[in-house]
Write a protein that binds this ligand. Structure first.
Ligand code: MTE
Ligand code: HPA
Ligand code: MOS
Length: 773
């Protein structure tokens, strides 16, 4: 309680200061990015004699390993050694939530691309050549590629989870309308620009330092220690930045770091392991495909009285983060709507695909797609627009989510109504309908997409962070946290916080690399919570230092410390500038032997969740917004363009408007890609067919909407958000779902007999078929 109150006071004080910075600040990385000076794993200066490694992986999706002949590969000139599960000194186990995933396959393989061995050689080229010389004999076993097949065979990762509110079965009986149906949403490739990779180097006494492109340095450290059978303090993990993660490096950066460390452990030499794009695409998991069924019941006045779903999550061959992702699907199953009677169930289905993993939205988008499909279906059957149903059911203050949390500071209706007013949606809908009356070869469709996304790791114990702040004796500042910069701009936000508190220019501040020896036992940079958690810790540490410095200044100036403020790198007394500068103040503090280092710990207050009851208050707060999407389809070709996306988004009080706008735009396009064009394809043998950018299409400059407008909603922000600036990383991805339904509406305008289909992505091929079905 006490901590909470303290934060509140500080946040209010900072409101004023942060205003000036928030509009002007650019993402700090933009300077080194455009000059090509930003450092990634591949840029680490390597030691003389460093070895290079390549992973040998399974050429079949399921089977027993009968024999492997490494002799020709080992004999190749320049090959140092080949490591297998037999070389693991500790546990051959990397599963983060459930211990069900070996680092290297032992006697069986469970997916195409499953690591079997690590080839270490003088160069990557030689290691690749050696890989081609390995002979493997696999006795094939039946392959499961779809969730439904897994369900039919009883192949699951864990026990199902189910949330319920009210009495769904009874409520269906009171409904005027009841509709049922099924949906499919495909996976999605992360396609971070920087592929997975790591560099391990031996230090003295058997200690190992690993540079990894990971969102979760502590899980890398922990897993290396477990696999090597050594204590965690022997392993140091360091991250400068990632060339994108998008969830794909929350868990799946780990194996490559572990393999490099394992080779270093044995060879006492540095080892570099960076996957090339083909290897990365084949060996790593993606967003989970979902096959789902729904039943929705409405009253005569379009209130959703009852909603029931079964989500089949295609988890792949091991748990990875699937159980946590499944949980978030349930949390977001009713999106921005209040539904009094809900029964949702999710089954994590074990298949022979690479273990699917975190991807921006973390199961939330898959859940929301289903209720939006159910609403579209109901609207089409009843003969109203989906917008009417959506509007009639938007979440209100004090409504209860199916997981028991009471909705507070709700902006669902605010963003919805603001979007309608600001963008004059009535006129827009009229234009679209006029266009459709006057055109036969082209049709337009418009959709509304409200979003509500919960902020916090759904696993309550993960919501904590620390910050270590040094003020050096020349007045410059170094900040270490667990935050991993992956393009989302979190380092810039950390720097802004310190600049605000000390009122010094950002030139005085450096954000250090993310390193397990400086900040330990950390949660990954994920769940959109990185800036909130690490930012609050940074704020606390900086404020402790500030209080200390004020005492120094008060002594030096012989005034009460209550009259002191730091402004523009000078000490002010009662708003009068003194001669005491920031650097003089620091010198004085040094002479007085005042500690200029502070470590602070922040743990999100208020949140809790009871898994035995599936009830609680898991989220610090929710982020809201509404998108209005307009598309035009070419009815001869099935191709389409997005005319405009108009968004009213709940940033709270954004602390970095440019960065946050970038997050909204990027997430939106990523979500649209998932919904409209990105088509992961495996064949029945479990082989990835979309294994290159020639067969996997992501949005490019030609496919982005002709216009994207994003307007901040008027709101007071939230105390649990850093400086009231709400988490922004994931929520806007779900605006992309609107693209799917805009297309459906356009198709319907051309083909009134079209029976809506909920099978994403809605590629031009599918549009064309639907126009004439
Ligand atoms: N933005 C960029 N440019 N690159 C990324 O990898 N990851 C997204 C989002 N935005 C990502 C990104 C995901 S999945 C998450 S969870 C958040 O950023 C993580 O950062 P945050 O917690 O600081 O928002
Ligand atoms: N979001 C993202 N990553 C996570 C979560 C979550 O809720 N829980 C565990 N890892
Ligand atoms: Mo984001 S999917 O939580 O890394």
């Amino acid at each position: 309680m006490h901590k909470n109150k303290e934060n509140k006071v500080l946040d209010t004080k900072l409101d004023a200061v942060s205003k000036s910075l928030k509009q002007s600040i650019k993402n700090l990385d933009s300077y080194t990015h455009v000059r090509g000076e930003s450092l990634y794993v591949d840029d680490v200066n390597i030691r003389q004699g460093t070895f290079h490694a390549v992973v040998f992986d399974s050429p079949k999706a399921h089977g027993k390993i009968k024999s492997i002949d490494y002799s020709k590969a080992e004999a190749l000139d320049g090959v140092e050694r080949i490591f297998t599960y037999k070389d693991v000194p500790g546990k051959n186990e990397i599963g983060g939530i459930i211990p069900d995933e070996p680092l290297f396959a032992e006697h069986e393989v469970h997916f195409w691309g499953m690591p079997i061995a690590l080839i270490v050689a003088e160069s990557e080229f030689i290691a690749r050549k050696a890989r081609d010389l390995i002979d493997i004999d696999i006795e094939e076993l039946p392959v499961i590629t779809t969730a439904q097949e897994a369900k039919a065979k009883g192949s699951f990762i864990n026990a199902p989870r189910s949330f319920s509110l009210g009495d769904t079965q009874k409520a269906f009986q009171d409904c005027e309308y009841v509709f049922e149906g099924e949906t499919f949403s495909n996976g999605q490739e992360h396609l971070y620009i920087e592929a997975q990779g790591s560099y391990a180097e031996p230090l003295e006494n058997g200690n190992i330092k690993v540079t990894s492109s990971t969102q979760g340095p502590t899980s890398v450290q922990k897993t290396i220690a477990q696999v090597l059978g050594v204590a965690m303090h022997k392993i140091e993990v360091d991250v400068t930045r990632l060339g994108g993660g998008f969830g794909g490096k929350e868990d799946q950066a780990t194996p490559w770091a572990v393999m490099a460390a394992l080779a270093t452990y044995h060879l006492n030499q540095s080892v570099k392991l960076i996957l090339n794009r083909h290897d990365d695409l084949r060996m790593t998991g993606k967003r989970h495909p979902y096959e789902s069924t729904y039943k929705i019941g409405l009253s005569k006045d379009l209130k959703i009285l009852a909603y029931q779903t079964e989500f089949l999550q295609n988890s792949g061959a091991a748990a990875d983060l699937s159980p946590a992702i499944a949980e978030r699907t349930l949390f977001h199953a009713t999106n921005s709507y209040y539904v009094p009677n809900v029964t949702t169930k999710v089954l994590s289905c074990k298949t022979n695909l690479p273990p699917n993993t975190a991807f921006r939205g973390f199961g939330g988008p898959q859940g929301m797609f289903v209720i939006e499909s159910a609403i579209a279906k109901a609207a089409s059957e009843i003969g109203v627009s989906a917008r009417q149903i959506q509007e009639a059911n938007l979440l209100d203050e004090n409504d209860t989510f199916s997981y028991g949390q009471i909705a507070k500071k709700v902006e669902a209706k605010n963003t919805w109504n603001s979007a309608k007013n600001i963008f004059n949606s009535d006129a827009l809908e009229q234009e679209v309908s006029d266009f459709n009356k006057n055109n036969t070869a082209f049709k337009k469709g418009v959709s509304f997409m409200p979003i509500t996304f919960g902020i916090s790791f759904t696993n309550t114990p993960m919501n904590h962070a620390r910050a270590l702040v040094h003020i050096y004796l020349d007045g410059s500042i170094g900040i270490s946290t667990a935050a991993v910069e992956m393009g989302q701009g979190v380092n810039t936000k950390m720097m802004q916080i310190a600049a605000d508190v000390f009122s010094v220019s950002i030139e005085h501040i450096k954000i250090e690399t993310t390193n397990t020896t400086r900040v330990a036992n950390t949660s990954p940079s994920a769940a959109s919570s990185t800036a909130d958690l690490n930012g609050k810790a940074t704020l606390m540490a900086c404020n402790s230092l500030l209080e200390r410095l004020k005492i120094v200044a008060a002594e030096d100036l012989n005034v009460s410390e209550n009259n002191i403020i730091l402004k523009e790198e000078y000490v002010f007394v009662n708003d009068n500038k003194t001669e005491l500068s920031w650097t003089d103040l620091i010198s004085s503090a040094m002479l007085k032997r005042v500690a200029l280092t502070e470590n602070a710990h922040y743990a999100t207050p208020e949140i809790h969740f009871d898994k035995t009851k599936e009830k609680g208050h898991p989220f610090a707060y929710h982020v809201y917004g509404t998108a209005i999407t307009t598309t035009t389809i070419d009815c001869t070709r099935g191709t389409y363009e997005f005319d405009s996306i108009k968004i009213v988004h709940d940033y709270g009080k954004s602390m970095s408007e440019g960065i946050d706008l970038g997050q909204v735009e990027g997430a939106l396009i990523q979500g649209m890609g998932w919904m409209t064009m990105e088509e992961i394809a495996y064949n029945d043998e479990g082989k990835l067919l979309s294994n290159a950018l020639s067969t996997y299409k992501i949005p490019d400059i030609f496919s982005v909407p002709k216009s994207v407008e994003v307007i901040p909603v008027e709101t007071n922000g939230h105390e649990l958000a850093i400086l009231k600036s709400k988490a922004v990383g994931e929520p806007p991805l779900m605006y992309g779902i609107g693209a799917y339904f805009a297309l459906q509406n356009a198709i319907k305008a051309f083909n009134p007999n079209y029976d809506l289909k909920f099978h994403a992505p809605m590629t031009p091929e599918k549009v064309l078929m639907s126009l004439y079905s």
